[in-house]
Design a protein around this ligand. Structure first.
Ligand code: T4K
Length: 401
C-alpha cells in the first residue's frame, strides 16, 4: 500500500496460539494414555479445577468443554426464565448462550469509556420478566461489579458474568471469578491460558457447583443415576493437561503479553487520534487484547486502517462489531430504543495481533507502518480508493463474463 512488497509476507493474525513447554504437556498426555482414563472427570481435570480455584481464590470450579457451554450450563443451573439483560457489545457467544437456553436476550448499552455494561441502563431495562443480568468483563477489564450487584439485589434477579476474557484479572485486588452468582471463563486456543477448547465456571455456591457437575454429564448423579436432563460438556484429559501446563507458565505468559502491549503503546504514542485501550496498572491483568481506538482527529479512520493493514499482511479484527443487537438472529429483539455507545464503539475499535506468537520486531514493523501511514495519509487514502475501484471493476467484469 505504501509502495514495495507487503510489510508481512506471512499473515500476522489476532489470537495466533503459541504453545510452549510442550514437553510438560506431552509428559502429562503420556501419563493419561498410560492410565487409560481420558475423559469424564479424570484426575487431570480435577487437578486443573483445583489449580484454577486456587489462583482465583474461589471455592468451586467446574471445568467445561468450552466457555459457551459453561455459560449455557450456568443459565440452566440457575433455573432462569423470561429475559436476561446483557451487553450487545460482546462476542456473539454471550447472546447465543442465552437464546440457546430458551431465554430472551435483552441487549443493553455499554459505557463509552469502560466498554462494559452501564448499570443505570441495565436498571432501566428491568421488567417483571427479567430473571438475570449477564455482565461481561470485556477485554479483561472488570465490569462495574458493585453497581451491578446493587441493581441485581434491588430487583431480586441473578447476576452472572461472562469472564471469557478475564482469567487472571482483578478488581480492586479481588480476582474475577468470585463476583455474582457465578463467572464463566474460556480457555480457547486464542487465549494465553489455554486448553485449546475449554472453559470453567467459578462459584462460591456449593449447591450450584453440584448442579453444574450433573448437568455437565448427562444429568447423572455421582452414583450414576439419571436425575435430570443434562448434556455432555465435559473437558477431556488432553485439554486439562494443556491447561495445567499453561497455568504453570502463567507469569511468563503474562509478561510476554504485557511486553507486546507496551511495544504497541510506545510505537503509537506520538500518533494523534489513536489510543491503545488502557489496562489499570494497579490491578492484576493479563493484557489479553491490544485494542486501538480511533478518534475524529485521526487522519485515517478505523476501516481505512484495517484495509491498509490487510494489504500489508496484517489481519486485524473489528471485534465486536456489529453489536449482537444488529446481528440477523437478534435484529427484532427489543433492546431499548438505540444503543448509541455500542454503535460508536463498533465503528471505532480495531483489535491488533498480540500475545504469545507476536514478536517485538513484528510490533515494531507494524507500528512503523502506521506511523508512515499517518504521515502520508492523503496518499494512503487515494491508494485505498483506487484499490476499491479496481476490485469493484473486477467484480463487475466477472459478473458480465
Ligand atoms: N464470551 C466471550 C465474551 C467470548 O469472547 C467468547 C469467545 C466466548 C464467550 C465463548 O468462549 P468459547 O466457547 O470460545 O470458549 C475467537 C475465538 O474463537 C473465541 O473463543 C473468542 N471468544 C473470540 C473473541 O475470538 P473468532 O470468531 O475471532 O474466530 P477464530 O477463533 O477462528 O479466530 C480468531 C483468530 O485467531 C484469527 O485471527 C485466527 C487465529 N487463530 C485461531 C485458531 C483457532 C489461529 O491463528 N490459530 C487457531 O488455532 O473467535
Amino acid at each position: 500500500m505504501l509502495g514495495g512488497p507487503p510489510a508481512f509476507a506471512e499473515p500476522l493474525l489476532v489470537g495466533r496460539p503459541l504453545v510452549r513447554r510442550r514437553h510438560a504437556w506431552f509428559a502429562r498426555l503420556r501419563d493419561a494414555l498410560n492410565r487409560r482414563w481420558l475423559s469424564n472427570n479424570g484426575p487431570l481435570v480435577r487437578q486443573f479445577e483445583q489449580a484454577v480455584a486456587r489462583r482465583l481464590a474461589v471455592r468451586h470450579v467446574v471445568a467445561t468443554a468450552n466457555g459457551t457451554l459453561g455459560l449455557q450450563l450456568t443459565l440452566r443451573a440457575l433455573d432462569l426464565h423470561g429475559e436476561v439483560i446483557l451487553p450487545s457489545f460482546t462476542y456473539v457467544a454471550t447472546a447465543h448462550a442465552v437464546a440457546w437456553e430458551g431465554l430472551r436476550p435483552v441487549f443493553c448499552d455499554v459505557d463509552l469509556h469502560t466498554h462494559n455494561l452501564d448499570p443505570a441502563a441495565v436498571e432501566r431495562l428491568i421488567t417483571p420478566r427479567t430473571s438475570a443480568i449477564l455482565g461481561v468483563h470485556l477485554w479483561g477489564r472488570p465490569a462495574p461489579v458493585d453497581a451491578l450487584a446493587r441493581v441485581a439485589k434491588r430487583h431480586g434477579v441473578r447476576l452472572v458474568y461472562d469472564a471469557a476474557h478475564a482469567f487472571g484479572c482483578s478488581d480492586r485486588g479481588r480476582m474475577v471469578g468470585s463476583f455474582g452468582d457465578a463467572e464463566v471463563f474460556s480457555f480457547h486456543a486464542t487465549k494465553s491460558i489455554t486448553t485449546i477448547e475449554g472453559g470453567a465456571v467459578a462459584t462460591s455456591n456449593g449447591a450450584l457447583a453440584d448442579r453444574l457437575r450433573r448437568l455437565r454429564r448427562f444429568g447423572l448423579s455421582p452414583e450414576g443415576e439419571v436425575e435430570t436432563i443434562g448434556t455432555n460438556a465435559t473437558m477431556s484429559e488432553i485439554n486439562a493437561a494443556l491447561g495445567l501446563t499453561t497455568l504453570e507458565a502463567f507469569d511468563q505468559l503474562v509478561a510476554r503479553n504485557r511486553r507486546c502491549y507496551a511495544r504497541y503503546a510506545e510505537g503509537l504514542s506520538a500518533l494523534p487520534g489513536v489510543g491503545v485501550l488502557a489496562y489499570d496498572e494497579r490491578e492484576q491483568t493479563t493484557y489479553p487484547f491490544v485494542v486501538l481506538e480511533f478518534g475524529k482527529d485521526a487522519p485515517l479512520n478505523r476501516d481505512e486502517v484495517a484495509a491498509l493493514l490487510e494489504a500489508e499482511g496484517v489481519h486485524a479484527r473489528r471485534y465486536f462489531a456489529p453489536g449482537c443487537h444488529s446481528l440477523p438472529p437478534y435484529r427484532r429483539t427489543r433492546g431499548g430504543p438505540r444503543l448509541p455507545n455500542t454503535e460508536r464503539l463498533c465503528r471505532s475499535l480495531l483489535t491488533m495481533p498480540s500475545g504469545q506468537a507476536v514478536t517485538d520486531r513484528q510490533v515494531r514493523t507494524l507500528t512503523a507502518v502506521l506511523r508512515r501511514a499517518w504521515a502520508e495519509a492523503p496518499a494512503v487514502r487515494e491508494a485505498l480508493t483506487a484499490r476499491c475501484r479496481s476490485s469493484k471493476g473486477r467484480t463487475r467484469r466477472g459478473r458480465t463474463a
